[in-house]
Design a protein around this ligand. Structure first.
Ligand code: ACO
Length: 428
């Protein structure tokens, strides 16, 4: 097999290296294209552009495969807990018992926030979206831990910084919710698990301590595991782009939170629930919504449908669809939104518009129903996604540094006016 690709342009022939990844994915290395030919590639939205070589996560969109460090998502969802998955994504191997214990101890140590940082929460208006608070507070943490600004990507200081971030993101999220709800904050309890502690900080009240049930603990672990990484998606690419200027890890993930917020990315999990509620309230037939989604003059899209990479099925959605049933059954909860979601999925499967464009439910379609079942309020859904995605963001930021990547700086083709000369005000 040839290990070169040939490009013929303007009567000249150029050769470029071909690289094959460990799962037989292929690329043409065009790093020298502009220098050699004067041409650039044009790929708005980066549908065909590889930005890095990575050994963290593998996705095969045609076959519906997702693996973290080689481990299938189905196995991790069934057998792992979130913090061992986070360890795997960060360090490349599943932790042994001692490694998991010391990782868990570090997470416990870093759970509290600096008291002065706590005061900042009261400065936000009650209506502040928790994603805005999360991004602002993640950036702010670095002011209280100046040592993290110069974080190395290996060794004890990296371990410390990664655990600090993984742990504090959960405390910030819970505090943001409590403050906005006008409720007193709950400090972290070192005797609880990662998920249990989060639920305690969210839901304990001075008169009643929240009791974490195994069903809910497991459901939250599952949600976070399914979101732990997803290679070069919009928010992870943002973290890499920001980090490529050698911005610190905290600013980089704060930017990742902002990218995640949009409804075409992580914000879709809340948008799905809003859409399903609207369908329920309106009493209109599903065909009304399908037609709206197909109408190119209408900005409405079926939220939770479609994916840039998955063109068959999103394995996370299949896992969630099944587990959501189990969780609702175990909690003895009936949710009419699940029935509407199932009907909607069915309707799209026999509709040529969706079938021909490979539009299937993505991770966000059923995840909101799981979060509802465990009592998470709607304005926190995308924050939950951010907590889950933190290991992936940190691992990608680290890998980008380890590979010493150049600053991200795409090119463009200019289509504006050619040179013209300044016109004095009186002549305009
Ligand atoms: N509803 C209706 N039509 C859709 C939808 C949808 N949800 N998604 C894509 N399409 C149509 C597009 O209009 C386009 O049609 P056309 O070929 O006739 O012009 C075709 O399908 C291809 O869509 P693109 O927008 O080019 O696909 P892209 O890969 O750029 O976008 C995205 C992917 C953003 C996920 C898109 O499918 C979408 O907007 N989905 C709804 C929002 C959503 O669920 N986002 C979460 C994604 S998962 C995640 O980020 C965690």
């Amino acid at each position: 097999m040839s290990d070169k690709a040939t490009l013929n342009v303007e009567g000249k022939s150029y050769e470029f290296d071909v690289f094959t990844g460990s799962e037989n994915e292929k690329c043409i290395d065009t790093q020298n294209l502009r220098a050699e030919t004067g041409y650039i590639t044009m790929d708005p939205g980066f549908g065909n552009t590889g930005s890095c070589y990575s050994s963290i996560t593998y996705v095969d969109g045609a076959k519906g495969i997702l693996r973290y460090r080689g481990y299938p998502i189905e196995e991790l969802a069934e057998k792992a807990i979130f913090i061992e998955t986070a360890y795997l994504v960060l360090y490349g191997e599943l932790p042994n018992k001692e490694q998991l214990k010391s990782f868990s101890d570090r997470l416990k140590e870093h759970a509290p926030l600096h008291t002065n940082l706590e005061h900042h929460f009261s400065g936000f208006p009650k209506s502040a979206p928790p994603m805005a608070i999360l991004s602002a507070m993640l950036n702010l943490i670095s002011c209280f831990h100046p040592e993290v600004l110069e974080v190395p990507t290996t060794g004890e200081q990296f371990d410390r910084t990664a655990s600090l971030l993984l742990s504090k993101v959960r405390t910030i999220a819970a505090f943001a919710y409590r403050m906005a709800a006008g409720k007193p904050i709950n400090h972290p309890n070192p005797n609880l698990t990662y998920c249990g502690n989060f639920l305690h900080m969210m839901f304990s009240d001075p008169y009643q301590e929240y009791k974490v049930t195994p069903i809910i603990d497991k459901a939250l672990n599952l949600f976070l595991i399914l979101h732990a990484d997803h290679e070069q998606n919009c928010s992870t690419s943002t973290v890499r782009v920001v980090g490529s200027s050698r911005a610190n890890l905290f600013s980089s993930v704060a930017a990742g939170v902002c990218a995640l917020w949009g409804p075409l990315h992580g914000g879709a999990n809340a948008a799905v629930i809003t859409m399903l509620e609207d369908i329920k309230k309106s009493g209109r037939p599903l065909t009304y919504y399908l037609e709206k989604a197909k109408d190119k003059d209408d900005p409405f899209r079926l939220m939770g449908f479609g994916h840039r990479v998955y063109k068959n099925f999103d394995p996370r959605s299949l896992i969630l669809k099944k587990r959501v049933h189990d969780v609702l059954e175990a909690l003895k909860v009936q949710d009419s939104l699940l029935d509407i979601a199932l009907e909607l999925e069915d309707a799209t499967l026999s509709d040529d518009y969706f079938v021909s464009r490979n539009l299937y439910p993505n991770v966000d379609f059923y995840s909101g129903i799981l979060l509802r079942a465990i009592g998470i309020p709607l304005n926190m859904y995308t924050v939950m996604f951010a907590i889950g995605r933190m290991p992936g963001w940190i691992a990608n930021w680290k890998e980008m540094h380890d590979h010493n990547l150049r600053i991200s700086r795409p090119r463009q083709i200019y289509t504006g006016k050619t040179t013209r000369h300044f016109i004095p005000m009186a002549e305009r």
